[in-house]
Structures are given as C-alpha cells and as structure tokens.
Ligand binder design. Sequence first.
Ligand code: CA
Length: 414
Amino acid sequence: MRLRILSTSLPCLALLFLPGQPRAQGVTTGAPPPAEKTADTGAPATASPFPPAFPGQTNAPAVTSQTRYQVTTIASGFDFPWAIAFLPDRRMLVTEKHTGNLFIVTQAGEKSPPIAGLPPVDGRDQGGLLDVEVAPDFATSRLIYWTYYEPRATGNGLAVGRGKLKEGAQPRIEALRIIFRMKPTLDSTMHAGGRMVFHPDGTLFVTLGERSILPGRVQARQLNSHFGKTVRINPDGTVPDDNPFVNRAGARPEIFSLGHRNVLSAALDGRNRLWEVEMGPLGGDELNLVEAGKDYGWPTIGYGREYSGAPIHDSAQGPGMEQPVYFWDPVIAPSGMTIYSGNLFPEWKGNIFIGALAGHALVRLVMKNDRVQGEERMHPVGNARIREVVQGPEGALYLLTDEPSGRLLKMTPR
Ligand SMILES: [Ca+2]
C-alpha cells in the first residue's frame, strides 16, 4: 500500500516540478507492444502494456502545419502562472499558482497590482490558485470565477470562488462567495484538477482530480465523492436539475462525469461539446469527449502503468466504461487546452491545441469524425514548459510558460 502511494506521487512531482527533467523512459516489466516512433520525438512508445482499442487511438501520424506564425512576449515575471481569461476589452486576467496572486494585464503588457480580496490558497505542489474565468454576463455582473486549493482544518480541497471585480489603483474582489467545495476533505497537495468551462446553456463545468494518494484514487468512480469527476453547477453554485445523478440516492448531485484521474485541460468544440485531457500515469494521458453520466474508467481501466513501472490495470477496456478518443505514450503531461475556432489561422480551424509540460511542446491535433487524424508537436516558446493555451477574442493563441519568471505570449500569423 505505502509503496503504491509513493509510486503515484513522487514521480509526478519529478515530472511536474523539476525543469528539464527528462521524459520518463519505458519500463521493462510486462509485455510492451513493439516500439514505434511517436510524432516527432523518436522516443519508443513502450510504456503502455495494452494495445489500442481501435486504429488511431494513439501514435497518430505526424503532421506539419503550413502556417507561419510569430510569437511575441506581452509580459513576463509571473511566478509560475497557470491560467488566462479575457475581459471584454481584451485585457487579461492571469493567475499565479503558488502565490495565489491574480493580475489584470493589458495587451501592452501593463500589469496591475495583485487583485486584493481573494481568499488564501494552499499553494504547495500542484495546488494554489489555478483557473480563472470571466462570467459570460461580466459586462453587467462584473463577476469573475477562480479555482484554488482551499486550506481546511482537516486537510484541503479544490474550491470555486467568485466575486465582483472592482477596478482602480488597487483592484479588488467584492461580494466574495465560495460557490463550490470539493468533498470530502482530504490532505493532498497533488492532482487538484481545477479547469473551468462555461457552457452556453449557462452552466459551469469544473474538473476535479482524484488527489493522487490511494485513499483519493479509489474514490474516482464512486458517486458519493467529488474526486476524479467533472462537475456541472450553476454560476451561483446551485445544482442544475438536469444533471445526470440528481435523482440517484447517495450520489453527489453536481457530478457530470466520473472515472477521471487529473483533468487539467478542458474546452468546448464548435458544437459546444466538452473535451478534456487528463494527466494519466506513465503512457496513459487521455483525450476524452465528456458526456453526461459517463464513466471514463480510472482507476479500473486505462492504458498506462505507475511511474514506478508497476501495473495498475488488468485491462484497458471494461463494461460500462468509456474509451479515450486518444492516449499518449509517451505522455505529454497536459496543461491548458483550446479548440481553435478563430479566423487568424484558417488552417487550424477545429484543431485541438494542448499545452505540454513534457517536451516543451504545444500539441496540435487534427481531428476528423471525432478521431485524431494527425498530431504535431510545435515548439513556439523554445526551452520552456507550456502551462496554458487559450484562444483570444481576435483569434490569436495566448500561452503561459511554467517557470519562476513565467511569460505571457501571443502567437499571431507571420
Ligand atoms: Ca479513462
């Protein structure tokens, strides 16, 4: 038991917090499939002990964008920034993970003082201040939303705060409310999840990790726990009456989907369907099309193994559990995600962009009929890890780098 707990958390730490850490190599236990080349790394794909369920579920053909782009730095000096959200006038909100600071940044790179009035965060490891979103009705409500690891008397847990943004020389949050708290409380600084997506139907999706440690992991498919779930709530924290488990005795009614490990990427496509990428074990990062009431299988099924090399699953498939649209082996260590719908880069329409902590890459997926047709590893920021990618209102791609003096960058056509 203890060995398994250590094996799940410590290698994650190494992967996530040591800059320049080499990618975890394939392991020698089990019977890996024959080594193949992945998109552009040349690394053998030998970690997964299971073959894909269908052709193209992993290791898609490498593609190369024909579009030329340039990358400009808008601002820098952010202490491990995590997320970007756009105000209606194209200024940005930028979070810093460990400090819990939230800034307003102009397109010219002017940075406000940290916004006052946010609640304290547990900023250790993978916790802290994570995602930020601007209310769809911000012009009238002035509301913004953020996710954070909340310190609690007996541990911690992800929470969603909201408040009115009051601007001025010292911007601040007024009318603070905590609209959601992940339950139960447990003490873990890992696998927080924390991405938010507003749906046009007015609801808010929030992704919740399973906490990494075994007492949390085993709850990922249990409906009485928020761990390892996507939840769907109204902007005031109440539960939509058409959520899939509202009439299930013992189920937490906020749950929308279950069986996730650590979803760090979430975005809507052109049909307003929810896509997520989750940080998996070794050889098991997953892209999922997430639908109401569905079970994505963690920790019962999956394609990876522990970072120690130990097996996790008896099978990669099981009754009543969904297959990922795609999995990565070797892993990419996903961060932010956007599905491109802008006009600045016509070639990229409908492509899924995912920030990758491993390999300093921006992953571009070319999709067809909800399958990955091609994959590109772009390297727009050189030797830095990408923590966030989001499409701006004008169709540019905005990035954050994951480093002590993190940068806010913009990709535009060249
Ligand atoms: Ca899964």
